[in-house]
Write a protein of this length. Sequence first.
Length: 427
Amino acid sequence: MEKPTLSKIENAFLPAKEITDADRFAGRKNAVEDAFYALIADGSNIAIVGNRGIGKTSLARQIANIGAGDNSILDKLGITNDGVFDFLTIYLACGNQVSSTEELLERLLTSSSCLADWIYDIPNAKKVMINYSPKFSAKPLGVGVELGGSKTSEATTSPIVSSHPIDVVFTNVADAIAKEGIADNGILFVIDEFDQIPDPAGFASFLKALATNSPNVKFCIVGVAKDIQMLMSEHESSDRLFAGSIISMEPMEKKELENIIDNAEKYIDHYITFDRSARDKISQLANGHPYMVHLIGKFSLRAAFHENILEITECEIDQTLASIAERKADPILEGKYRKAVASSPQREIVLKALAKVQDEHSEMWTTNAYKIALDQGVDNSSQYVGQLVAEEYGAELEKLRERYYRFKDSLFHAYVLARPKMYDQED
Ligand SMILES: Nc1ncnc2c1ncn2[C@@H]1O[C@H](COP(=O)(O)OP(=O)(O)O)[C@@H](O)[C@H]1O
Ligand SMILES: [Mg+2]
């Protein structure tokens, strides 16, 4: 068998990147199906919510692919479809650069990877932009500068030209582009990291108005949240705007997680494989998080390649876990761990004991955890639990009610379970 290149080995797992290729996208049939039907349904927007590392961006990429007319993920998952979509599909990750609904809309209008180039090319859209907001269109496009002067006659006929709010400008521009017939189904905006917008006030009402005025425009918003109210930071019901199309990303099942390993093996032509014990171990440690599979998979594959090991077993996985912690392969998770444990072997014992007793509702009952900690010689566990909810130690835990606690971040919970101990019993 031919030896794969280093690049193949390093890219068989992708902990640092979402999955764009349908080929390498594992499981998630229900989520893809829900999204597909939401794309079909007139007036329906899509929301994807879930914890970090659970696969939101990857799903969003698949939705964007489907919207742009690529049905490969539907075919792969056996989801019946009878045609291809033709949306002008625009993807934007908010990062930390968008601070409000207004800024979001402004960015969508003015980035060339979003609407700007289309606005430039489509006379009606350009006209709307200039008419409604000459000042605003001058900045990003240069079109205002170029054409604004010749627009004076029109501009003077409407006295409120430059005072139109951005949402009105946006709606009209998007409508003009959608009507141009560039894309039969209209425009699909995929807004990732929506939860990073500090003040998304007004987005729900913007969507409501959009649904009435421009039925050819759809939004798919994506973010870390438990539900749509939390994502939109609005208490008023936005349910109807997302009727039937709120996709809540659940932990992945064992079979789906293993499928990620299958895909990686295939990617390197099965030159190195993971045996039963390694697969069981990885999917158990991942606890539903595809990210953990990629992280552990990547470093175990790299080590095996360099040591000429062709079959990875549980034993190699254990070694990899230690090296992931040591090299701070995920600096954020490792940083959280070190902050929580800091200089206390006892606190580490309590933290791990709690992680171990988490139940199917993601709750931890201290009574069970204290027993485990006591077996390891810690008899004042409650003191350490008190510290683990405090800011000084990262406040990774939160108290739900008397004797019940929860990890705020389920990915960190998985990491606590997977990471080898920092302190040996003896220390
Ligand atoms: N369906 C999937 N199949 C294979 N890998 C996935 C899948 N979903 C997510 N991943 C992987 O899991 C990690 C986190 O995925 P991502 O989509 O970025 O999650 P989120 O946006 O929720 O943080 C990435 O390494 C990504 O490649
Ligand atoms: Mg993401």
